[in-house]
Design a protein around this ligand. Structure first.
Ligand code: SF4
Ligand code: SF4
Length: 310
């Protein structure tokens, strides 16, 4: 895979300073049952890096001692494949935290009791479905993934997801373009999935492809890296700077080290602070480590783990 960091480091991206920490995003490892083309984590079935129980315990301790955090956001790879996933969920639930599982949907067919577990702990599910057309999803995420994803969504709907329990889907473009407007795309998704598969969900989050890892490497090898970066830069909106996710979120890697966001984690942009050494009260006012990829968060309608910013 081709490295993107050398192409991103020199930047004129504006300075961002941290606010109060509300969201703890934990990457439980790079193991995944899928191997998608657009994956910014470079996750896959052969990755062996996963968070161990001791580090999960340190995450729980951090949650317990830092009151400003309201949300535990679990991601990966497929976070559910980590043997400590359910320990983290039940520990955070017992503290009254809101929990998000960034789920690839197909894992719900591998762990057949997982959907019930998530429902019983009222875990919000944010699930990637980069298109409502089978051909496009299978091209990006692997043969058969679309039909398995639909089966998983139908299973979730039966448990109350998309109704009383929050089920949000994630769209990202197939190639080096900005996402379509979030609201109008959500209407199209809802109509198509309801009419064709009897699937319902709450919100659609549109997310911009970041020029890093597998997607960034593909851009370089196809000669599209510079033009995609130019598109992101030309589409920058200052107004999005106020709500970029790194203001109130930190990202923790599988070894317990802290980053400004998941993208910085994947680029290795770190000040080498471990979760066991961090005090959230000291974060407000601290500068975020920015680079050229940050234009992916501020281009057009803006982009974050919760979709468009505008
Ligand atoms: S399902 Fe998600 S984590 Fe797994 S390979 Fe695809 S994009 Fe990456
Ligand atoms: S890429 Fe990360 S650090 Fe940069 S603006 Fe986005 S969230 Fe902030």
């Amino acid at each position: 895979m081709l490295a993107t960091l050398p192409l991103l480091k020199n930047t004129d991206f504006p300075t961002i300073k941290r606010d109060i920490l509300n969201i703890l995003q934990v990457n439980l490892g790079y193991l995944c049952n899928q191997q998608c083309q657009h994956c910014h984590v470079n996750a896959g079935p052969k990755r062996t890096e996963i968070m161990n129980y001791n580090t999960c315990q340190q995450v729980v301790d951090f949650l317990r001692t830092n009151d400003s955090i309201t949300t535990l956001d679990l991601t990966g790879g497929a976070p559910e494949l980590n043997p400590s996933f359910r320990f983290l969920v039940t520990s955070a639930k017992a503290m009254g935290k809101h929990i998000i599982d960034r789920c690839n949907l197909t894992v719900l067919l591998i762990q057949t009791d997982l959907a019930e577990f998530l429902a019983s702990n009222q875990v919000e599910i944010i699930a990637s479905l980069p298109c409502y057309l089978e051909e496009n999803v299978d091209k990006q995420r692997g043969s058969g993934v679309f039909q398995d994803s639909i089966a998983a969504l139908q299973k979730l709907n039966k448990l109350g997801y998309g109704h009383d329990l929050p089920l949000n889907l994630v769209f990202n473009p197939q190639g080096p373009t900005l996402p379509a407007p979030q609201h109008s795309l959500e209407i199209d998704y809802k109509k198509f999935l309801q009419n064709n598969y009897d699937v319902t969900f709450n919100q659609l989050y549109t997310i911009c492809n970041m020029p890093i890892q597998r997607f960034g490497s593909t851009l370089i090898s196809k000669g599209n890296f510079a033009s995609y970066m130019q598109l992101l830069r030309d589409s920058h909106q200052d107004a999005n700077l106020a709500t970029v996710m790194c203001r109130n979120l930190i990202s923790v890697d599988w070894q317990g080290y802290v980053y400004d966001c998941d993208f910085n984690q994947m680029l290795g942009l770190s000040s080498n602070i471990h979760i066991s050494q961090l005090n959230a009260a000291n974060l407000p006012g601290n500068p975020v480590m920015v680079a050229e990829h940050c234009y992916g968060c501020t281009a057009g309608q803006g982009s974050s783990c919760g979709g468009a910013l505008a």
